[in-house]
Design a protein around this ligand. Sequence first.
Ligand SMILES: [Mg+2]
Length: 381
Amino acid sequence: MHLLVSGWLKMSLITHMSVYIATLGVQTPRHHGVGSVEGGIDNVFVQLKDTDGRSGWGEASPWPVFTGTAEAAAGALDKHFRPFVVGHPAADVAKIMAKAVKAVAGSPEAKAALEMALYDLYGQQCGLPVSELLGGRVRDEIPLSISIADPDFGRDRELAQRATDDGIRIFKIKTGFATHEFDIMRLEELRRDFPEVDIRVDYNQGLVAHEALPRLRDIATFSPTFIEQPVPADNWQAMAAITAAMDIPIMADESVFNAVDAYRAANARIADLFSIKIMKSGGMRAAQDVAAVGKAVGIGCYGGDMFESGLAHLAGTHMIAATENISLGCEFYQARYYLTEDILDAPFACDNGKVQVPTASGLGVAVNEKKIRAKATVIRE
Ligand SMILES: [Mg+2]
Protein backbone atom coordinates (compact mmCIF):
# COMPACT_ATOMS: atom_id res chain seq x y z
CA MET A 1 0.00 0.00 0.00
CA HIS A 2 2.77 2.44 0.96
CA LEU A 3 4.56 1.79 -2.31
CA LEU A 4 1.36 2.42 -4.24
CA VAL A 5 0.77 5.71 -2.42
CA SER A 6 4.37 6.74 -2.88
CA GLY A 7 4.22 5.90 -6.55
CA TRP A 8 1.04 7.91 -7.00
CA LEU A 9 2.62 10.96 -5.33
CA LYS A 10 5.56 10.71 -7.73
CA MET A 11 3.07 10.86 -10.61
CA SER A 12 1.88 14.30 -9.51
CA LEU A 13 4.46 16.59 -11.08
CA ILE A 14 5.02 20.31 -10.67
CA THR A 15 3.84 21.96 -13.87
CA HIS A 16 4.11 25.68 -13.10
CA MET A 17 6.30 27.91 -10.97
CA SER A 18 5.45 31.60 -10.51
CA VAL A 19 7.69 34.05 -8.68
CA TYR A 20 6.36 37.40 -7.40
CA ILE A 21 8.01 40.36 -5.69
CA ALA A 22 5.21 42.00 -3.73
CA THR A 23 5.24 45.12 -1.57
CA LEU A 24 3.37 44.61 1.71
CA GLY A 25 2.24 47.75 3.51
CA VAL A 26 3.14 48.20 7.20
CA GLN A 27 1.19 50.11 9.84
CA THR A 28 4.01 52.01 11.55
CA PRO A 29 7.78 52.52 11.34
CA ARG A 30 10.00 50.03 13.18
CA HIS A 31 13.48 50.91 14.38
CA HIS A 32 16.18 48.38 15.30
CA GLY A 33 19.85 48.60 16.13
CA VAL A 34 20.69 47.30 12.65
CA GLY A 35 18.27 49.45 10.59
CA SER A 36 14.69 50.64 10.09
CA VAL A 37 11.52 49.68 8.20
CA GLU A 38 9.05 52.32 7.01
CA GLY A 39 6.17 52.32 4.52
CA GLY A 40 6.40 48.78 3.23
CA ILE A 41 8.47 45.65 2.80
CA ASP A 42 9.35 43.77 -0.38
CA ASN A 43 8.79 40.03 0.02
CA VAL A 44 9.05 37.28 -2.58
CA PHE A 45 6.33 34.69 -3.12
CA VAL A 46 6.64 31.45 -5.05
CA GLN A 47 3.66 29.41 -6.26
CA LEU A 48 4.03 25.82 -7.46
CA LYS A 49 1.16 24.11 -9.29
CA ASP A 50 0.89 20.36 -9.81
CA THR A 51 -0.77 18.18 -12.43
CA ASP A 52 -3.84 17.78 -10.18
CA GLY A 53 -4.43 21.54 -9.95
CA ARG A 54 -3.15 22.08 -6.40
CA SER A 55 -1.05 25.10 -5.44
CA GLY A 56 1.82 25.14 -2.94
CA TRP A 57 3.04 28.53 -1.73
CA GLY A 58 6.31 29.79 -0.28
CA GLU A 59 7.58 33.17 0.93
CA ALA A 60 11.03 34.73 1.13
CA SER A 61 11.18 37.61 3.58
CA PRO A 62 14.56 39.25 3.08
CA TRP A 63 15.71 42.34 4.94
CA PRO A 64 18.61 43.97 3.08
CA VAL A 65 20.47 44.95 6.30
CA PHE A 66 20.11 41.46 7.79
CA THR A 67 19.88 38.57 5.32
CA GLY A 68 19.70 39.87 1.73
CA THR A 69 17.50 41.52 -0.89
CA ALA A 70 14.19 40.60 -2.54
CA GLU A 71 15.83 40.92 -5.96
CA ALA A 72 18.48 38.31 -5.06
CA ALA A 73 15.87 35.93 -3.62
CA ALA A 74 13.63 36.27 -6.68
CA GLY A 75 16.60 35.70 -9.00
CA ALA A 76 17.66 32.57 -7.13
CA LEU A 77 14.15 31.13 -7.38
CA ASP A 78 13.33 32.16 -10.93
CA LYS A 79 16.64 31.52 -12.66
CA HIS A 80 18.67 29.09 -10.57
CA PHE A 81 16.10 26.84 -8.84
CA ARG A 82 13.39 26.64 -11.52
CA PRO A 83 15.24 24.08 -13.74
CA PHE A 84 15.20 21.35 -11.07
CA VAL A 85 11.71 22.15 -9.73
CA VAL A 86 9.34 22.28 -12.73
CA GLY A 87 8.69 18.79 -14.10
CA HIS A 88 9.58 17.11 -10.79
CA PRO A 89 7.36 15.80 -7.94
CA ALA A 90 7.00 17.76 -4.69
CA ALA A 91 7.62 14.38 -3.01
CA ASP A 92 11.27 14.90 -4.02
CA VAL A 93 11.54 17.87 -1.64
CA ALA A 94 14.72 16.54 0.02
CA LYS A 95 16.47 15.93 -3.32
CA ILE A 96 15.35 19.30 -4.68
CA MET A 97 16.57 21.14 -1.56
CA ALA A 98 19.95 19.39 -1.74
CA LYS A 99 20.27 20.76 -5.29
CA ALA A 100 19.19 24.24 -4.17
CA VAL A 101 21.85 24.32 -1.46
CA LYS A 102 24.50 23.47 -4.05
CA ALA A 103 23.13 25.73 -6.80
CA VAL A 104 23.33 29.07 -4.96
CA ALA A 105 25.62 30.25 -2.17
CA GLY A 106 23.72 32.22 0.45
CA SER A 107 20.14 33.38 -0.33
CA PRO A 108 18.72 31.44 2.64
CA GLU A 109 15.35 33.21 2.26
CA ALA A 110 14.97 31.88 -1.31
CA LYS A 111 15.73 28.35 -0.09
CA ALA A 112 13.19 28.77 2.73
CA ALA A 113 10.56 29.90 0.19
CA LEU A 114 11.21 26.97 -2.14
CA GLU A 115 11.12 24.39 0.66
CA MET A 116 7.93 25.97 2.08
CA ALA A 117 6.14 25.72 -1.27
CA LEU A 118 7.29 22.12 -1.79
CA TYR A 119 6.15 21.02 1.67
CA ASP A 120 2.85 22.89 1.29
CA LEU A 121 2.19 21.03 -1.95
CA TYR A 122 3.52 17.67 -0.71
CA GLY A 123 1.43 17.93 2.48
CA GLN A 124 -1.72 18.59 0.46
CA GLN A 125 -0.91 15.59 -1.75
CA CYS A 126 -0.41 13.36 1.31
CA GLY A 127 -3.33 14.82 3.28
CA LEU A 128 -0.96 15.68 6.15
CA PRO A 129 -0.02 18.94 7.91
CA VAL A 130 3.58 20.02 7.30
CA SER A 131 4.38 19.53 11.00
CA GLU A 132 3.74 15.79 10.55
CA LEU A 133 6.17 15.69 7.63
CA LEU A 134 8.79 17.38 9.84
CA GLY A 135 8.67 14.64 12.45
CA GLY A 136 5.33 15.14 14.15
CA ARG A 137 4.23 17.83 16.55
CA VAL A 138 5.36 18.09 20.16
CA ARG A 139 3.10 21.11 20.82
CA ASP A 140 -0.24 22.39 19.48
CA GLU A 141 0.16 26.07 20.33
CA ILE A 142 3.07 28.49 20.70
CA PRO A 143 3.19 31.56 23.00
CA LEU A 144 3.33 34.72 20.87
CA SER A 145 5.66 37.68 21.48
CA ILE A 146 5.11 41.16 20.06
CA SER A 147 7.99 43.55 19.41
CA ILE A 148 8.16 47.06 20.86
CA ALA A 149 10.19 48.92 18.22
CA ASP A 150 8.30 52.07 17.30
CA PRO A 151 10.27 55.32 17.61
CA ASP A 152 6.95 56.77 18.88
CA PHE A 153 6.53 55.00 22.22
CA GLY A 154 2.93 56.27 22.50
CA ARG A 155 1.97 54.09 19.51
CA ASP A 156 3.78 51.13 21.07
CA ARG A 157 1.89 51.59 24.33
CA GLU A 158 -1.35 51.28 22.34
CA LEU A 159 0.00 48.14 20.67
CA ALA A 160 1.00 46.73 24.06
CA GLN A 161 -2.50 47.34 25.41
CA ARG A 162 -4.17 45.81 22.35
CA ALA A 163 -1.88 42.76 22.54
CA THR A 164 -2.44 42.15 26.25
CA ASP A 165 -6.20 42.56 25.73
CA ASP A 166 -5.82 39.72 23.20
CA GLY A 167 -4.07 37.54 25.80
CA ILE A 168 -0.45 38.10 24.73
CA ARG A 169 1.98 37.89 27.64
CA ILE A 170 5.38 38.36 25.99
CA PHE A 171 6.94 41.65 24.85
CA LYS A 172 10.32 41.99 23.16
CA ILE A 173 11.68 45.52 23.56
CA LYS A 174 13.95 46.60 20.71
CA THR A 175 16.77 48.61 22.27
CA GLY A 176 19.91 50.39 21.12
CA PHE A 177 18.40 52.35 18.20
CA ALA A 178 18.04 55.62 20.18
CA THR A 179 19.44 56.59 23.61
CA HIS A 180 20.06 54.36 26.61
CA GLU A 181 17.73 56.65 28.58
CA PHE A 182 14.92 55.95 26.06
CA ASP A 183 15.44 52.21 26.59
CA ILE A 184 15.36 52.54 30.38
CA MET A 185 12.26 54.75 30.27
CA ARG A 186 10.33 52.23 28.13
CA LEU A 187 11.36 49.31 30.35
CA GLU A 188 10.30 51.20 33.48
CA GLU A 189 6.89 52.04 32.05
CA LEU A 190 6.20 48.62 30.59
CA ARG A 191 7.29 46.81 33.76
CA ARG A 192 5.08 49.10 35.83
CA ASP A 193 1.99 49.00 33.60
CA PHE A 194 2.16 45.39 32.43
CA PRO A 195 3.53 43.48 35.47
CA GLU A 196 2.15 40.15 34.23
CA VAL A 197 4.14 40.27 30.97
CA ASP A 198 7.33 38.28 30.26
CA ILE A 199 9.77 40.94 28.98
CA ARG A 200 12.72 40.24 26.68
CA VAL A 201 15.24 42.71 25.19
CA ASP A 202 16.77 42.72 21.70
CA TYR A 203 19.60 45.09 20.72
CA ASN A 204 19.91 43.91 17.11
CA GLN A 205 23.70 44.57 17.37
CA GLY A 206 23.04 48.13 18.62
CA LEU A 207 25.86 48.39 21.20
CA VAL A 208 29.58 48.83 20.67
CA ALA A 209 31.61 46.39 22.74
CA HIS A 210 33.36 48.90 25.01
CA GLU A 211 30.09 50.41 26.29
CA ALA A 212 28.02 47.23 26.39
CA LEU A 213 28.49 45.83 29.89
CA PRO A 214 27.51 48.92 31.96
CA ARG A 215 24.38 49.35 29.84
CA LEU A 216 23.46 45.68 29.98
CA ARG A 217 23.82 45.73 33.78
CA ASP A 218 21.27 48.58 33.86
CA ILE A 219 18.96 46.53 31.66
CA ALA A 220 19.45 43.47 33.89
CA THR A 221 17.83 45.33 36.81
CA PHE A 222 14.51 44.85 34.97
CA SER A 223 15.07 41.06 34.93
CA PRO A 224 14.35 40.39 31.25
CA THR A 225 14.07 36.69 30.34
CA PHE A 226 16.95 37.18 27.91
CA ILE A 227 19.00 39.88 26.15
CA GLU A 228 19.38 39.28 22.42
CA GLN A 229 22.35 40.14 20.17
CA PRO A 230 23.78 43.10 22.13
CA VAL A 231 26.81 43.66 19.87
CA PRO A 232 27.65 43.28 16.15
CA ALA A 233 27.16 39.83 14.64
CA ASP A 234 30.83 39.15 13.88
CA ASN A 235 32.17 40.27 17.27
CA TRP A 236 32.10 36.80 18.79
CA GLN A 237 34.74 37.69 21.38
CA ALA A 238 32.52 40.42 22.83
CA MET A 239 29.46 38.12 22.70
CA ALA A 240 31.41 35.45 24.62
CA ALA A 241 32.69 37.96 27.18
CA ILE A 242 29.18 39.35 27.74
CA THR A 243 27.71 35.85 28.08
CA ALA A 244 30.34 34.98 30.69
CA ALA A 245 29.84 38.25 32.61
CA MET A 246 26.03 38.44 32.73
CA ASP A 247 23.57 36.42 34.82
CA ILE A 248 20.73 37.21 32.38
CA PRO A 249 20.86 34.71 29.49
CA ILE A 250 22.32 36.13 26.25
CA MET A 251 20.75 35.13 22.93
CA ALA A 252 22.52 35.02 19.55
CA ASP A 253 20.44 36.06 16.53
CA GLU A 254 22.45 37.78 13.79
CA SER A 255 25.58 35.84 14.92
CA VAL A 256 24.00 32.44 14.17
CA PHE A 257 22.25 31.72 10.88
CA ASN A 258 22.63 27.95 10.41
CA ALA A 259 23.82 24.72 12.03
CA VAL A 260 27.49 25.34 11.17
CA ASP A 261 27.30 28.73 12.89
CA ALA A 262 25.49 27.10 15.82
CA TYR A 263 28.18 24.45 16.25
CA ARG A 264 30.97 27.03 16.23
CA ALA A 265 28.99 29.40 18.46
CA ALA A 266 28.41 26.61 20.97
CA ASN A 267 32.12 25.79 21.01
CA ALA A 268 32.99 29.46 21.57
CA ARG A 269 30.09 29.79 24.05
CA ILE A 270 29.04 33.12 22.57
CA ALA A 271 25.48 32.75 23.87
CA ASP A 272 23.18 30.85 26.22
CA LEU A 273 20.32 30.82 23.69
CA PHE A 274 19.75 30.86 19.92
CA SER A 275 17.06 32.70 17.93
CA ILE A 276 16.09 30.36 15.10
CA LYS A 277 14.58 31.73 11.87
CA ILE A 278 13.77 29.81 8.71
CA MET A 279 14.89 32.90 6.73
CA LYS A 280 18.39 32.60 8.25
CA SER A 281 18.82 28.83 8.11
CA GLY A 282 17.37 28.39 4.61
CA GLY A 283 14.23 26.46 5.50
CA MET A 284 12.41 24.41 8.11
CA ARG A 285 14.61 21.30 8.05
CA ALA A 286 17.74 23.44 8.30
CA ALA A 287 16.15 25.32 11.21
CA GLN A 288 15.56 22.00 12.98
CA ASP A 289 19.29 21.29 12.51
CA VAL A 290 20.13 24.48 14.45
CA ALA A 291 17.79 23.42 17.25
CA ALA A 292 19.44 19.98 17.30
CA VAL A 293 22.89 21.52 17.82
CA GLY A 294 21.44 23.59 20.65
CA LYS A 295 19.81 20.54 22.18
CA ALA A 296 23.09 18.62 22.13
CA VAL A 297 24.88 21.27 24.20
CA GLY A 298 22.05 22.60 26.37
CA ILE A 299 21.38 25.83 24.45
CA GLY A 300 17.68 26.72 24.45
CA CYS A 301 15.99 28.17 21.37
CA TYR A 302 13.40 30.77 20.43
CA GLY A 303 11.28 31.10 17.28
CA GLY A 304 12.32 34.35 15.64
CA ASP A 305 11.17 35.73 12.30
CA MET A 306 11.70 38.52 9.79
CA PHE A 307 9.04 40.92 8.39
CA GLU A 308 6.88 38.05 7.20
CA SER A 309 3.30 37.62 6.12
CA GLY A 310 1.08 34.93 7.57
CA LEU A 311 2.43 32.49 4.98
CA ALA A 312 6.00 32.34 6.33
CA HIS A 313 4.55 32.48 9.86
CA LEU A 314 2.68 29.24 9.04
CA ALA A 315 5.90 27.53 7.99
CA GLY A 316 7.64 28.70 11.15
CA THR A 317 4.68 27.50 13.21
CA HIS A 318 4.79 23.97 11.74
CA MET A 319 8.57 23.86 12.24
CA ILE A 320 8.39 24.94 15.90
CA ALA A 321 5.47 22.57 16.51
CA ALA A 322 7.74 19.70 15.43
CA THR A 323 10.90 20.86 17.26
CA GLU A 324 11.06 20.22 21.00
CA ASN A 325 14.05 22.46 21.71
CA ILE A 326 12.34 25.66 20.48
CA SER A 327 10.52 26.26 23.75
CA LEU A 328 10.75 30.03 24.31
CA GLY A 329 7.78 31.03 22.12
CA CYS A 330 7.67 32.81 18.78
CA GLU A 331 7.39 36.33 17.36
CA PHE A 332 4.96 35.75 14.49
CA TYR A 333 3.08 38.97 15.23
CA GLN A 334 3.43 40.80 11.92
CA ALA A 335 0.45 39.24 10.09
CA ARG A 336 -1.98 40.40 12.81
CA TYR A 337 -0.33 43.43 14.36
CA TYR A 338 1.99 44.97 11.77
CA LEU A 339 0.97 44.50 8.12
CA THR A 340 -1.81 46.68 6.75
CA GLU A 341 -3.24 43.53 5.12
CA ASP A 342 -2.16 39.89 5.24
CA ILE A 343 -2.28 37.68 2.14
CA LEU A 344 -3.88 34.55 3.65
CA ASP A 345 -7.52 33.64 2.92
CA ALA A 346 -8.25 33.26 6.65
CA PRO A 347 -6.51 35.13 9.51
CA PHE A 348 -3.30 33.65 10.91
CA ALA A 349 -4.70 31.82 13.93
CA CYS A 350 -3.90 33.06 17.46
CA ASP A 351 -6.00 32.28 20.49
CA ASN A 352 -5.50 33.92 23.89
CA GLY A 353 -1.94 35.00 23.01
CA LYS A 354 -0.88 31.68 21.53
CA VAL A 355 -0.33 30.78 17.88
CA GLN A 356 -2.47 27.76 16.97
CA VAL A 357 -0.76 25.06 14.92
CA PRO A 358 -2.96 24.29 11.88
CA THR A 359 -4.33 20.78 11.51
CA ALA A 360 -5.34 20.96 7.82
CA SER A 361 -3.05 19.47 5.17
CA GLY A 362 -0.02 21.34 3.85
CA LEU A 363 0.63 24.67 5.58
CA GLY A 364 -3.03 24.59 6.54
CA VAL A 365 -4.31 27.99 5.34
CA ALA A 366 -4.71 28.94 1.69
CA VAL A 367 -2.99 31.96 0.17
CA ASN A 368 -5.17 34.55 -1.58
CA GLU A 369 -3.57 34.70 -5.04
CA LYS A 370 -5.52 37.83 -6.00
CA LYS A 371 -4.11 39.75 -3.04
CA ILE A 372 -0.54 38.78 -3.95
CA ARG A 373 -1.01 39.66 -7.62
CA ALA A 374 -2.51 43.03 -6.62
CA LYS A 375 0.61 43.82 -4.57
CA ALA A 376 3.14 42.36 -7.01
CA THR A 377 5.64 44.63 -8.77
CA VAL A 378 7.45 41.79 -10.57
CA ILE A 379 5.93 38.52 -11.76
CA ARG A 380 7.82 35.74 -13.54
CA GLU A 381 6.00 32.58 -14.66
MG1 LIG B 1 16.71 39.60 16.90
